[in-house]
Design a protein around this ligand. Structure first.
Ligand code: SAH
Ligand code: SF4
Length: 331
């Protein structure tokens, strides 16, 4: 698709352009009806970076910081397995603020004892660390580039380098990870043209899993006064991304649900084929607040039942296989 066509769809009224219907057809044709569930474990909220948008930024002194113990993380992985999820996503702040050797042992234990597919989302690390994580059993890595606009990136992430983020993504690819990335939609100063560039970049970088969520203003951050009216544009962005990157896995993100009670459902009907239900233990989950509106009361078991019913209601199937990237496999 030409950039001008992407912009037209992003600006247009979906009822007139038929965007969601088209995205749903493309989803069905290229990745089928299966919806893959991946248990999200937010294992540490310790973060030394100061991203302007995020509640975990180091200048936010009001949150209690934690690192889950190895046993607590392991138990959460076992819960994922019990719930029938085939993969877990271990997410944290950055950079690494704990003993990597112990963490590698933990990954091996999870892999050996549960067989789960391990996805990591721990931000920017040195290449040799990525290699060690891979060797210990992690096979997927999620790291959004957030925006392809260099100036906006530097403004929003004052202590991160734009080039470094992309270098990390290319190391991950080189090391054989399935690579996930993504953006926030509705960031202060982000234009529709820039979102079109982001979508074209997903395609160029052959991103295996593309996470798209609305920017949600967090009162504990410098961006507290920006508006939260980003759901509509975020879902249009997701739908256009499905058309431009037909084979990628695309989650219906928690941020979609935080802004709209039926946000996940709407995303699943506009191109998404993955859900990452939160299975972080309750006493940690309420301290991992990237943005407000996150549902912290869902019991993981009850939520899995809710999702099962939702999937059935949509006439889709719970994907029981690994849900490997079709981009990577060249299917
Ligand atoms: N530290 C890692 C992973 C944790 S943050 C990293 O930064 O990559 C995970 C994602 O949460 C980020 O990539 C960002 O896109 C999203 N996020 C953070 N704050 C947000 C906000 N206020 N609104 C919407 N999404 C947000
Ligand atoms: Fe830290 Fe990630 Fe939040 Fe930035 S987005 S402050 S790196 S947790």
């Amino acid at each position: 698709m030409e950039k001008s066509e992407i912009i037209e769809l992003l600006k247009g009224n979906p009822a007139e352009t038929g965007l969601f219907k088209k995205a749903d057809e493309v989803r069905k044709k290229y990745v089928g009806d299966d919806i893959y569930l991946r248990g999200l474990i937010e294992f540490s909220n310790i973060c030394h970076r100061n991203c302007l948008y995020c509640g975990l930024r180091r200048d936010n002194k009001i949150i209690h910081r934690y690192l889950m113990s190895d046993d607590e993380i392991f138990e959460a992985a076992v819960l994922a397995k019990k719930l029938g999820y085939t993969s877990i996503v271990l997410q944290s702040g950055e950079p690494l603020s704990f003993n990597i050797k112990k963490f590698l042992e933990l990954l091996k234990r999870i892999k050996n004892e549960t067989g789960l597919i391990i996805t990591l989302s721990m931000g920017e690390l040195e290449k040799e660390y990525y290699l060690l994580l891979k060797e210990a059993g992690a096979s997927r890595y999620l790291m959004r580039f957030e925006t392809s606009d260099r100036n906006l990136y530097s403004y929003l992430k004052p202590d991160s380098k734009y080039e470094k983020r992309f270098e990390c993504l290319s190391w991950l690819r080189e090391l054989g990870f399935e690579v996930g990335s993504g953006i926030m939609v509705g960031l202060p100063g982000q234009s529709v043209e820039s979102i079109a560039d982001d979508i074209m970049l997903f395609d160029k970088l052959k991103i295996d899993m593309i996470g798209i969520g609305p920017f949600i203003s967090n009162p504990e951050t410098p961006l507290k006064n920006f508006n939260n009216n980003n759901f509509e544009l975020a879902i249009k962005t997701l739908a256009v991304t499905r058309i431009v990157c037909p084979k990628s896995n695309i989650p219906a993100t928690s941020a979609m649900e935080a802004l709209d009670d039926n946000g996940r459902e709407k995303a699943l009907m506009a191109g998404a084929n993955v859900i990452m239900p939160n299975i972080t233990p309750y006493n940690f989950k309420d301290k991992y607040i990237l943005y407000p509106g996150k549902s912290i009361f869902d019991d993981p078991y009850e939520y899995s039942v809710y999702l099962k019913n939702l999937i059935e209601k949509l006439g889709r199937k719970w994907g029981k296989g690994p849900g490997n990237s079709r981009v990577k496999e060249g299917l």
